[in-house]
Design a protein around this ligand. Structure first.
Ligand code: C2E
Ligand code: MG
Ligand code: MG
Ligand code: MG
Length: 289
């Protein structure tokens, strides 16, 4: 009786695995042409200043609108693209579109006295270490006429740990262009004080998992506070990722985090939606612009 039940379960399991494998193959098959045909585009999630409540920047997040499969998550296709050299081409596309987006938005509100908004772009290890990166960055900034300080390149700790010496060199080259650097998913890797001191960083992004742990009670909160204070002691501004609720927002603010990126404020939006939001707010004469 038990073995019959078990074999049935194995059947269901293997069928699902088979379906998943098929889907993975199909996504893999369609990825090169999707990149070539510009079917993968960034959406933009606002980053909000805790003190003023105003939008200070955006993160560009890649989205693949597949004809048959609908929206495919970057968690699925970015690792695939990373396995091949496709990631460099995809990274360049997202970078160009992100620069165009923020340049356009800043021009829309250029008559305002407020500081320019910045755009964050995620870089993969391959893209970050590619030989053509610096030339491409310079030409993208020229082409889009964007001031380099309005661009923030997000890298992760694992990229730094694999090749520390080369990473520092690359980071310094990027900094020399005037472009800013952010450490993404902070706290999930080997994050230690010396990681933060060693590298020329402008901002760290607290991973969403810590925002969740804040609600775990005292122990969770003590851990998150220690991580936040580490960045504070080094005078590194911090963006808390994945803030979804009012309670989380209050706690994050109380711990002295400077900026928040999360569904509580905004979800990622297509560029046109961001433009419309800013136009509407300019018309309403509210403070957004
Ligand atoms: P990430 O860079 O850490 O980006 C933040 C992720 O958290 C995004 O997921 C965003 O939509 C999500 N998020 C933001 N606020 C909330 C919230 O309040 N609640 C929840 N549940 N999620 C929130 P997304 O867009 O699915 O991207 C996942 C990851 O894929 C990114 O993590 C990044 O590592 C990678 N990725 C996305 N776009 C690119 C890209 O253009 N290039 C590269 N190399 N990687 C990318
Ligand atoms: Mg990121
Ligand atoms: Mg992150
Ligand atoms: Mg993350």
């Amino acid at each position: 009786k038990a073995s019959k039940k078990q074999s049935k379960r194995i059947q269901v399991f293997s069928h699902r695995m088979y379906q998943e494998a098929l889907e993975t193959l199909a996504i893999q098959r369609d990825l090169p042409s999707a990149i070539r045909n510009g079917q993968i585009k960034p959406v933009f999630q606002p980053i909000v200043c805790c003190d003023s409540g105003e939008i200070v920047g955006f993160e560009a997040l890649a989205r693949w609108q597949h004809k048959e499969r609908g929206a495919i998550s970057p968690c699925r296709f970015i690792p695939m693209a990373e396995e091949s050299n496709l990631i460099v081409e995809l990274g360049e596309q997202v970078l160009t579109q992100a620069c165009q987006f923020i340049q356009h938005l800043n021009q829309m509100r250029s008559d305002q006295q407020k500081p320019a908004l910045s755009v964050h772009v995620n870089f993969s290890a391959h893209h970050f270490s590619s030989t053509a990166l610096l030339d491409n960055l310079v030409s993208t900034l020229e082409k889009t006429k964007l001031s380099p300080e309005q661009l923030v390149i997000e890298i992760t700790e694992s990229m730094l740990i694999e090749r520390p010496a080369e990473s520092v060199k690359r980071m310094e080259q990027i900094k020399q262009l005037g472009v800013n650097l952010a450490l993404d998913d902070f706290g999930t890797g080997y994050s230690a004080l010396n990681t933060l001191c060693q590298y020329p960083l402008d901002v760290v992004k607290l991973d969403r998992s810590f925002v969740l742990r804040l609600m775990d009670g005292q122990q969770g909160e003590a851990l998150v506070r220690a991580i936040i204070n580490m960045a504070k002691d080094l005078n590194l501004p911090m963006v808390a990722e994945g803030v979804e609720t009012y309670e989380q927002m209050l706690k994050i603010k109380a711990l002295g985090v400077s900026e928040i990126q999360g569904f509580y404020y905004y979800r990622p939006m297509p560029a046109e939606e961001v433009f419309a939001l800013f136009e509407k707010n300019a018309a309403d004469k509210t403070s957004l612009m």
